[in-house]
Write a protein that binds this ligand. Structure first.
Ligand SMILES: Cc1ncc(COP(=O)(O)O)c(C=O)c1O
Length: 414
């Protein structure tokens, strides 16, 4: 059985609403996805019954501590970490990265080097530039290969030296959808003794993460990009959980993942996150009655989402090929990419296109999406950036047809 988005669309209240008597087309997924009723119910239930804190002797606190443990376990399963104690939570990916960059850079000194990339969202660039500046370390930025909007691997190889302390790199571009050959990056970085910090924010809704297969040192993602609430999640490899010294308040725990978690956690978001992981696994449960683990269900579900998303990509790109006044930034086929497309239409500004579509309830983003290096290299930064059309597994072929019809009428795509 192949994945059909009509099976899951009824589960998402936002997908079934009308504004001005018109349906809404959500092509804004890379900026934040919609959530299922089960996610809303889980958050509502926690706040309505238990809203509390950790470590108390009474029922609501006991429930909160149990919720925290379940969330860590869900996060462990989601990324295939060796243990739940490798997983930490925070406000979002950016805040977690600034926090972790403080701890990771504590022993850096003048002469040390850090590698970031021009493909990355700047949450994974500025945090390292500022940490390096504080320690007198040098930052190198890997160029992109302008033809396919991938990282320039040869440039990466040339920048990597035994002085490299850290490589910070995205797993997938939030603008062009390009997937990175992470195994290649990690093998090369580890060969010179550098740690690897992976930004999996754009990757997470589209492909199943496996930190043990990757062997990365750190990996971060954000639940609001994969059908959950606003919540940052980080994986820390076992060798760094106790050996790093995070900035923390003195009485807070000194052991385990809690030493990285500043202040009170967003427990309602943790409840929603658990429900989002369950939602992602649920498709596999509809296939048969096999008794599989949560991870195995996630594996089968993601395989189906990936296959479906590739057909969406092919469909979108084939339609795009019919026009000769549209420029696609990124891979012109469905392989090695997510269904996220960065385009420009000759003679129009991305903002104007997004406004025209927005008036018809078609949600697309425009701009540079904090991928400053990429947009600078493509000379798009002072020029309005791109129109980003992002599909999730809940998007349909009909929606793509409607989008192109709107573009045809309003913007005279030719
Ligand atoms: C690839 C990528 N990395 C990092 C971020 C920042 O994530 P957060 O909003 O959780 O800080 C984003 C947000 O759009 C992103 O797309």
């Amino acid at each position: 059985m192949t994945f059909d988005p009509m099976m899951v669309r009824p589960l998402f209240p936002a997908l079934n609403q009308h504004i001005n008597q018109q349906p809404i087309l959500f092509f804004d997924g890379p900026g934040g996805s919609q959530v299922t009723q089960s996610v809303l119910d889980a958050m509502n239930h926690y706040l309505g019954h238990y809203n509390s804190n950790l470590g108390g002797a009474f029922f609501s606190s006991v429930e909160t501590s149990a919720l925290m443990a379940t969330a860590r376990h869900a996060a462990q399963t989601f990324v295939n970490a060796p243990s739940a104690s490798n997983m930490i939570f925070g406000a979002n990916m950016t805040t977690l990265t600034f926090q972790l960059s403080r701890a990771i850079s504590r022993d850096w000194q003048k002469g040390d080097e850090v590698i970031v990339t021009a493909l990355d969202h700047y949450s994974n660039v500025s945090s390292w530039q500022q940490a390096a500046e504080d320690k007198g370390a040098t930052v190198h930025q890997v160029r992109i290969n302008k033809t396919n909007c991938d990282v320039d691997y040869e440039h990466f190889d040339a920048l990597l030296t035994p002085r490299t302390k850290l490589v910070a790199i995205t797993y997938a571009s939030n603008v062009t959808g390009s997937l990175i050959d992470m195994q290649r990056i990690i093998t090369a970085a580890h060969a010179v003794g550098a740690k690897v910090y992976v930004d999996a924010v754009h990757y997470a809704p589209h492909r199943l993460i496996d930190v043990q297969a990757l062997g990365c040192d750190f990996l971060v993602c954000s639940a609001y990009k994969f059908f959950g609430p606003h919540l940052g999640i980080a994986y820390i490899a076992p060798q760094w959980v106790q050996s790093l010294r995070p900035y923390k308040v003195e009485p807070a725990p000194n052991d385990g993942p809690a030493r990285f978690e500043t202040g009170t956690q967003n427990f309602e978001s943790l409840a929603g996150f658990i429900a989002a992981v369950d939602y992602l696994a649920a498709y596999s449960r509809t296939l048969d009655t096999q008794a599989l683990s949560l991870r195995q269900h996630l594996r089968r579900s993601f395989d189906a989402y990936q296959t479906y998303e590739q057909t969406l990509s092919r469909y979108f790109i084939n339609k795009l090929h019919r026009y000769n006044n549209v420029q696609l930034f990124g891979l012109p086929h469905e392989q090695h990419r997510t269904p996220t497309f960065a385009i420009r239409i000759n003679g129009t500004q991305p903002a104007d296109v997004a406004i025209a579509l927005g008036k018809q309830n078609i949600c697309v983003w425009h701009g540079h999406f904090y991928a400053q290096g990429l947009c600078e290299q493509l000379n798009l930064i002072d020029n309005g950036g791109v129109i980003r059309i992002g599909c999730m597994h809940y998007n349909t072929f009909d929606e793509i047809d409607t989008l192109f019809k709107a573009l045809d009428c309003d913007l005279t795509l030719k």
